[in-house]
Design a protein around this ligand. Structure first.
Ligand SMILES: *Cc1c(COP(=O)(O)O)cnc(C)c1O
Length: 361
């Protein structure tokens, strides 16, 4: 059996260092906003070439706090891709704002910059660009639109740790880059965790307050904040894993190349272009008979996954919220996409085996 992903195997190379890190944290007696969080924030900021990183409790919170920092008027509109993971849309709703969905490019699965302007209104305040599957969005046209209409840019980097567009790290283009360290992500913790990066020192101060009850100084509250802190134990684990993030990404890129070189053309493979340094959080293909293919692979001992089976506008929770229902590109992706094994613990032989069986479909 080739699993889609086994987190125990992915984390196995780090067990000893994790245990040491845990022991040190336990012994320190300091469990919230201590040295580990400060250290990881510095390391991750350096990795991304960003001046500020603020650890928070999850990727969803990273998105929510980023929006909160702008304090947009209620009912302001935020542009978001129609095929994103639901969390991006939830962050907009939790801030009392209105998500405006824009279809993706069928080649890149990321927001189609040519479809953004038609969705901009007087109330549009921000664009949330999601670097889905570990592929950066086409940033140049998105940045041009943000400048032209004076919109804030927030990047959802939950799937793009270390991915680059024109040699620049995702997360560093907008006002904020929001990261998740959910265990399956390329940089995954052993529980929930997230962070926000920003070039703007004042926004960094706002986020530090927002994550901690609106406070800089204990018991003095500057604004209406949250409790959304990266915890010391997870920060310790993340420092261990960050040292191997490039190795993880390079491993995934090497496995992706084996797919590109050997999978037959019946399967629609991810788009590649020299401007994009993709980190393959997910390696998807598309096929008309996706469900049959998935069953066939399972019968032959290969587990796959689907990201995602249901588009946001068809989710029950969104029934009365996303009233526009015409998203054919999104629906096409959700109907045909299949995610293949590509984790840090998969070997080149595993991938060759997947390809051999797929090519007989
Ligand atoms: C995982 C993910 C999130 C949410 O991250 P959590 O840490 O699970 O809250 C947000 N956006 C995208 C695109 C994701 O993949």
């Amino acid at each position: 059996m080739i699993e889609y992903e086994n987190l125990r195997s992915v984390n196995k190379p780090f067990f000893e260092e994790y245990i040491k890190s845990f022991k040190d944290t336990l012994e320190s007696g300091w469990y919230i906003l201590g040295e580990n969080v400060k250290k990881f924030e510095n390391e991750f900021a350096n990795y991304l070439n960003s001046p500020n990183c603020i650890g928070v409790a999850s990727g969803l919170d990273a998105l929510i706090l980023s929006l909160k920092a702008f304090d947009f008027e209620k009912e302001s509109e935020v542009i978001v891709p129609s095929n994103t993971y639901i969390a991006t849309i939830l962050s907009i709703l939790h801030c009392g704002l209105k998500p405006v969905l824009v279809e993706p490019d069928i080649r890149t699965y990321n927001i189609d910059p040519t479809r953004i302007e038609e969705k901009i209104s007087q109330r549009t305040k921000a664009i949330m660009a999601v670097h889905l599957y570990g592929k950066p969005c086409e940033m140049d046209p998105i940045l041009n639109i943000c400048n032209k209409y004076n919109l804030k840019l927030i990047e959802d980097c939950a799937q793009s740790h270390g991915a680059k567009y024109k040699n620049k790290m995702t997360g560093t283009f907008g006002a904020f880059g929001a990261f998740s360290f959910y265990p399956t992500k390329n940089l995954g913790a052993l529980g929930d965790a997230g962070s926000i990066i920003t070039n703007d020192a004042n926004l960094a101060i706002a986020i530090r307050r927002l994550r901690n009850y609106g406070s800089d100084l204990k018991y003095y509250n500057e604004l209406i904040g949250f409790n959304s802190r990266l915890d010391e134990v997870q920060a310790g684990f993340l420092s261990v894993k960050l040292k191997k993030l490039d190795a993880i990404n390079n491993h995934k890129r090497k496995l992706a190349q084996i797919y590109f070189d050997n999978l037959k053309d019946d399967f629609i493979k991810p788009h590649i272009d020299k401007n994009f340094f993709d980190v393959y959080h997910i390696f998807n293909i598309r096929h008309e008979k996706r469900d049959d293919l998935k069953d066939y692979l399972l019968k032959n001992g290969i587990k796959t996954d689907i990201h995602y089976p249901v588009p946001p506008h068809k989710q029950k929770a969104m029934k009365e919220i996303i009233t526009e229902k015409n998203f054919p590109i999104s629906e096409e992706i959700h109907r045909t996409t299949l995610s293949l094994p590509i984790s840090y613990s998969h070997t080149e032989d595993d991938i060759s085996k997947v390809i051999e069986i797929m090519n007989m479909f």
